[in-house]
Ligand binder design. Structure first.
Ligand SMILES: [Zn+2]
Length: 312
C-alpha cells in the first residue's frame, strides 16, 4: 500500500549560516540551498547532471556573496571547462540573491562507474575558473585559476589555495531523486582558517572533512543544518554570528535588455531591423523573453546614436 503520509516532507526555507570557530581563527559558512537549486532546475529545465553542476556553483556563489561588504557589491563566478556544459555563470549580491546560467543545461550524461552524477565530465576536467568582484570601483577585481577536476567544490578550494593563498575546505552536494530527478537536498560548507590560525586547529578542521562530506545525505535524511553544525563542528567550539535566507532572484528589466541590445553595436542592430524586422531576446538567468518590434529597435538605435552625439 502506498501511504501518502510517508512521503510527506515539510518545506524548509533555505538558510545560510555564518560562524566562527576555534576562538575566531576559523570562518565557517553553511548553506541549505535546496529551494535555490530546485528553482534553478525549474527555471532552466536542467538535466540531472546540469542541476548538480549549476547547483553546486550557485551555492558557492551564495557563500561568497555573503562575505560582500558594500550593499551594491556583486560577485560573479565563471566556469569555462572543456566539457559539454559550455560556460557556466553565477552572480550574487550582498543580500545573497543569486542567479545562474549554463549554456547547455539540457545535456545529460550517463552516471560514473560509481553510480554518481558525472559533474566533472559535464563541466570538463580542463579549463578556467574566474571570480569577479565588482565593488563599484572602475575596474572589477578578477581572480583566475585552472580547473583541477570540474567537480566544482575542489576547483573552488584550489582557487582559494592558488589564487588567494588561503587553504580552504569546500564541500558542495546536490542529492536528486533517482526516479524523477527532483532535488531532495542541496547543501554546502565553506571553512577557512584565518591568518595566524594554529596548526592544531587546522588539523582539527581537516579531520572533519569526512563527516562534512556527508552533509547533503544527512539533510536528505531529515537532519537540520543547526543540528549538523553543532554535532560535527563541536570539537572546534563553533559559534553562529549571522544568518540569512539565500534566494534565486533575477533582476533583469526591459531597460537592461535595451542597454545590452545597444551594446551589440549598430551593425548587429541593423541586421535585426532589416532582416528579422524585430527581435526576441531571452534573459540567460531566468529565461524570460523580451520582444522588440522593428519600430522599437529603430527608436532604440536612434536614441543611442543621439546620446553618443551629445557626449561628443
Ligand atoms: Zn532575467
Amino acid at each position: 500500500m502506498n501511504d501518502p503520509v510517508l512521503s510527506y516532507r515539510p518545506k524548509r526555507s533555505d538558510r545560510l549560516i555564518q560562524c566562527v570557530a576555534a576562538s575566531g581563527m576559523i570562518r565557517v559558512v553553511l548553506i541549505d540551498g535546496t529551494n535555490l537549486v530546485k528553482e534553478a532546475r525549474r527555471v532552466h529545465g536542467l538535466s540531472r547532471v546540469a542541476t548538480a553542476a549549476l547547483g553546486r556553483q550557485l551555492m558557492m556563489t551564495a557563500i561568497m556573496a555573503a562575505d560582500l561588504k558594500g550593499c551594491d557589491d556583486l560577485i560573479s563566478t565563471v566556469i569555462k571547462g572543456d566539457g559539454p556544459a559550455g560556460t557556466m555563470i553565477c552572480t550574487g549580491n550582498s543580500r545573497v540573491e543569486v542567479k545562474g546560467s549554463v549554456l547547455n543545461g539540457d545535456v545529460e550524461l550517463p552516471p560514473t562507474p560509481e553510480g554518481k552524477l558525472d559533474v566533472g565530465g559535464f563541466v570538463g576536467h580542463n579549463g578556467k575558473l574566474s571570480v569577479i568582484r565588482d565593488m563599484g570601483l572602475k575596474e572589477p577585481y578578477t581572480g583566475l585559476c585552472n580547473l583541477v577536476s570540474g567537480e566544482i567544490a575542489i576547483d573552488f578550494a584550489n582557487y582559494y589555495a592558488a589564487s588567494l593563498q588561503r587553504p580552504a575546505l569546500v564541500y558542495l552536494g546536490v542529492r536528486e531523486d533517482a526516479k524523477n530527478g527532483n532535488v531532495r537536498a542541496a547543501a554546502g560548507i565553506f571553512a577557512e582558517p584565518l591568518p595566524g590560525c594554529p596548526d592544531e586547529e587546522i588539523d582539527r578542521l581537516q579531520s572533519l572533512s569526512e563527516p562534512i562530506a556527508g552533509l547533503s545525505e544527512r539533510m536528505d535524511a531529515g537532519e537540520t543544518l543547526d543540528s549538523f553544525l553543532m554535532r560535527v563542528f563541536e570539537p572546534l567550539k563553533i559559534e553562529k554570528v549571522g544568518e540569512c535566507e539565500p534566494k534565486y532572484v533575477c533582476d533583469c528589466t526591459r531597460q537592461r535588455v535595451e542597454r545590452a541590445l545597444i551594446s551589440l553595436g549598430r551593425a548587429e542592430m541593423n541586421d535585426m531591423i532589416e532582416q528579422d524586422h524585430g527581435a526576441e531576446v531571452s534573459c540567460r538567468f531566468c529565461d524570460r523573453i523580451y520582444h522588440f518590434t522593428q519600430e522599437e529597435l529603430e527608436r532604440l538605435l536612434e536614441s543611442a546614436t543621439t546620446k553618443k552625439d551629445e557626449t561628443k
